[in-house]
Design a protein around this ligand. Structure first.
Ligand SMILES: *Cc1c(COP(=O)(O)O)cnc(C)c1O
Length: 343
C-alpha cells in the first residue's frame, strides 16, 4: 500500500465518476456544441451567482487567462509573496501577459487591506508600472491551506474598486475554504471580477478547472484560451467528471480536514517536530529537528511507502485527499508516532 500525501491532485476517478465520464454526451466544444461542457459551465456560473464560466484543462491556464484579460503588457499585478500565480506558473505572468508582480509580505499567503492600501499608493506616478490587478489565493497553497477572513477580503475589494483595480481569486482550493468556514460560493462570486477553481484537486476529478466572470470577461477569456492552445474538442468526457465532483465531492472535504487535524495532533506532540503550522483545511506543514533534516525524514517515510513533499527551508508538506483512506490514515498516524519513539 502506497500512502501518497504529496498532493490532493494524485487522486484517481472513483468508479461512479468514471461511469459518469463514460456516459457523457459530447460534441465539439470549440463550436460550443458539447452539451456536457455547457452544462458544467452553466452549473458553475449558477453556483457562484456569476454570469458566465469557461472550462480549462488546468488551473494555471485559467489563472494566466485571467491575468491576460485584466492587463496590458507593461502593467503590474499585486499578490502575496507566496502566490501560485507568482511562484508556480513558470513565470507565465511575464511570458504570457508581459506584466510584473508586486509582492506583498503577508502571513501564510494572506495580506491585509492596510498592506494593500500601502502598496497601491503612488499608482499614478508615470515612473512606476501601471497597477491593474489584485490577485488573492484561497485557500493558500504555500501558506499551508490557510483561509482568508472574509471581512478582510471585503475591505480589500473596496480598496481595489476605489483604485479601479481588477480583482481575481485563485480559488484552486476554494471549496476547502467554503467547507471549513461555512461560507457560500455566491459570496465570493459577488466579491470578485474573476474566479478560477480546480476540479482536479480536493474535488477528485482527473483534470479540469473553471474560470468564472461576467459575460464580457468570459468572452475575452474564450479568445485567450484559444490562443494559449486550450480550446478542446469532445471534452465533455472530462466535464462529466467535473459535474460529478461538484455534485458529490464538496461536503466530503470535511473528512480530509478532520484527518489533517488528527495528523496535526500527532505531530504537535512529536519530539522531532520543531514547528507545526496551524491546520485549517487539508494541508499540514511542519518542520523537523535540524539533526534529523527534512530530506532525511521524507526518505525514512518513503521507506514505509509514505510519500511526502519538501517545501523548502526545512518545511515538509502533507496533503489529505479523497484517495487517502481510513486504513492509510491509521498506518500514517502509527508511523509518525513510531518515528518519535525511535528518536
Ligand atoms: C494547483 C494550483 C493551481 C493550478 O494548478 P494546475 O496544476 O495548473 O491545475 C493554481 N493555484 C493554486 C493555489 C494551486 O494550488
Amino acid at each position: 500500500m502506497i500512502i501518497d500525501l504529496i498532493s490532493d491532485t494524485v487522486t484517481k476517478p472513483t468508479g461512479k465518476m468514471l461511469e459518469a465520464m463514460m456516459h457523457a454526451k459530447v460534441g465539439d466544444d470549440v463550436f460550443k456544441s458539447d452539451p456536457t461542457v455547457n452544462k458544467l459551465q452553466e452549473k458553475a456560473a449558477k453556483m457562484f451567482g456569476m454570469e458566465d464560466a469557461l472550462f480549462f484543462p488546468s488551473g494555471t491556464m485559467a489563472n494566466q487567462t485571467a491575468i491576460k484579460l485584466h492587463t496590458q503588457p507593461g502593467d503590474k499585478l499585486i499578490c502575496d509573496k507566496y502566490a501560485h500565480v507568482y511562484n508556480y506558473e513558470g513565470g507565465g505572468a511575464a511570458f504570457n501577459s508581459g506584466v510584473t508582480c508586486k509582492l506583498i509580505d503577508g502571513q501564510r499567503g494572506m495580506f491585509t487591506a492596510a498592506q494593500l492600501e500601502e502598496a497601491v499608493a503612488g499608482r499614478a506616478d508615470i515612473h512606476v508600472p501601471y497597477l491593474r490587478l489584485v490577485c488573492i489565493e484561497n485557500t493558500t497553497n504555500k501558506g499551508g491551506g490557510a483561509c482568508w477572513d472574509f471581512s478582510e477580503l471585503e475591505k480589500i475589494q473596496k480598496i481595489a474598486k476605489e483604485n479601479s483595480l481588477a480583482f481575481h481569486l485563485d480559488g484552486a482550493r476554494l471549496f476547502n475554504a467554503l467547507v471549513a468556514k461555512n461560507e457560500s460560493a455566491e459570496q465570493y462570486g459577488h466579491l470578485f471580477d474573476t474566479i478560477s477553481i480546480c476540479l482536479s484537486k480536493g474535488l477528485g476529478a482527473p483534470i479540469g478547472s473553471i474560470l468564472l466572470g461576467s459575460k464580457e470577461h468570459i468572452a475575452k477569456a474564450l479568445r485567450i484560451r484559444k490562443l494559449l492552445g486550450g480550446a478542446m474538442r469532445q471534452v465533455g468526457f472530462l466535464a462529466a467528471a467535473g459535474i460529478y465532483a461538484l455534485d458529490n465531492h464538496i461536503n466530503r472535504l470535511e473528512e480530509d480536514h478532520q484527518k489533517a487535524k488528527e495528523i496535526g495532533a500527532v505531530l504537535s506532540v512529536a519530539s522531532y517536530v520543531t514547528k507545526l503550522e496551524e491546520i485549517e483545511t487539508n494541508i499540514v506543514i511542519f518542520y523537523v529537528d535540524e539533526k534529523i533534516g527534512a530530506d532525511n525524514f521524507i526518505k525514512k517515510m518513503k521507506e514505509n511507502n509514505i510519500l511526502l513533499t519538501p517545501m523548502g527551508a526545512g518545511r515538509i508538506r502533507i496533503v489529505t485527499h479523497l484517495d487517502y483512506s481510513n486504513e492509510m490514515h491509521e498506518v500514517l498516524l502509527k508511523a509518525l508516532q513510531n518515528f518519535k519513539s525511535k528518536n
